[in-house]
Design a protein around this ligand. Structure first.
Ligand SMILES: C[S@@+](CC[C@H](N)C(=O)[O-])C[C@H]1O[C@@H](n2cnc3c(N)ncnc32)[C@H](O)[C@@H]1O
Length: 221
């Protein structure tokens, strides 16, 4: 169930900076990823590790939909973590910390979410992060990834151009390096015991985004 416009206004009002308020409003109104993740996590009780959490919008979406899973978010951008902490004041079961996804992942067993982060790493670092993330998925848990994919379509070109624009405007601290591909997700994640399903997730946006759902079977009772 999507957040209503008044719900979205409430979340954006939590931001300390005007730019973050505009960004929050635009993202929550237009990006189909939060509703897709909500659908995957509804009914679960496992905690969530949000890698590259930005200002923490996923948690606000989930909480707004009544999904109160304990959540840890990490991001290497101090400014974004400061904003995430500010916006999460008064929320219980949520913590955010500054850390590099390539070396500072906390201990965790539950669900893992990685939204729009992989393109900032070369392929071998993507593989290492995917392995580390998969190892943190509990039985019955999911690794949920949203990523642009390498490919030859105009959507791919536009996704890449927008990632560069985000870098040039300094919203992002890093530039895109390479976009992953479907074979890579299957190869790395299936070797870690997860079953992988990939589907397009661009909604009404022009981007070449996909949802990668990788699941670890529950331990039989
Ligand atoms: C496009 S934003 C997505 C934010 C958030 N996942 C969302 O969807 O709302 C990508 C995020 O990845 C973070 N990021 C990029 N490289 C990172 C790294 N090496 N370690 C941790 N976070 C990183 C950026 O700081 C940024 O917040």
């Amino acid at each position: 169930m999507p957040l209503t416009p008044p719900d979205i206004e409430k979340v954006s009002a939590l931001c300390a900076r005007r730019w973050d308020r505009h960004y929050t409003r635009a993202k929550l109104k237009s990006d189909p990823v939060y509703a897709a993740i909500e659908e995957d996590l509804r009914g679960s009780t496992l905690p969530v590790l949000d890698i590259g959490c930005g200002i923490g919008l996923l948690t606000h979406w989930l909480r707004g939909c009544g999904i109160d899973l304990p959540t840890v978010g990490i991001d290497f951008d101090v400014r974004k973590i400061t904003a995430a902490l500010h916006m999460a004041q008064g929320m219980s079961g949520v913590s955010y910390a500054t850390g590099d996804a390539r070396r500072d992942l906390p201990e965790h067993q539950g669900h893992v979410v990685i939204l729009d982060v992989l393109q900032y790493f070369p392929a071998e670092e993507q593989d290492a992060l995917l392995r580390a993330a998969a190892q943190r998925v509990a039985p019955g848990g999911r690794l949920l990834i949203r990523s642009g994919m390498s490919g030859g379509s105009w959507r791919y070109d536009l996704t890449r151009a927008c990632d560069w624009l985000a870098r040039l405007t300094r919203w992002m601290k890093s530039s895109p390096v390479v976009y992953p591909n479907a074979a890579q997700f299957h190869r790395v994640l299936e070797a870690e015991g997860l079953s992988v399903v990939i589907k397009p997730l661009w909604g009404r946006t022009p981007f070449y985004n996909h949802l990668i759902r990788a699941e670890r079977p529950a331990v039989p009772a």
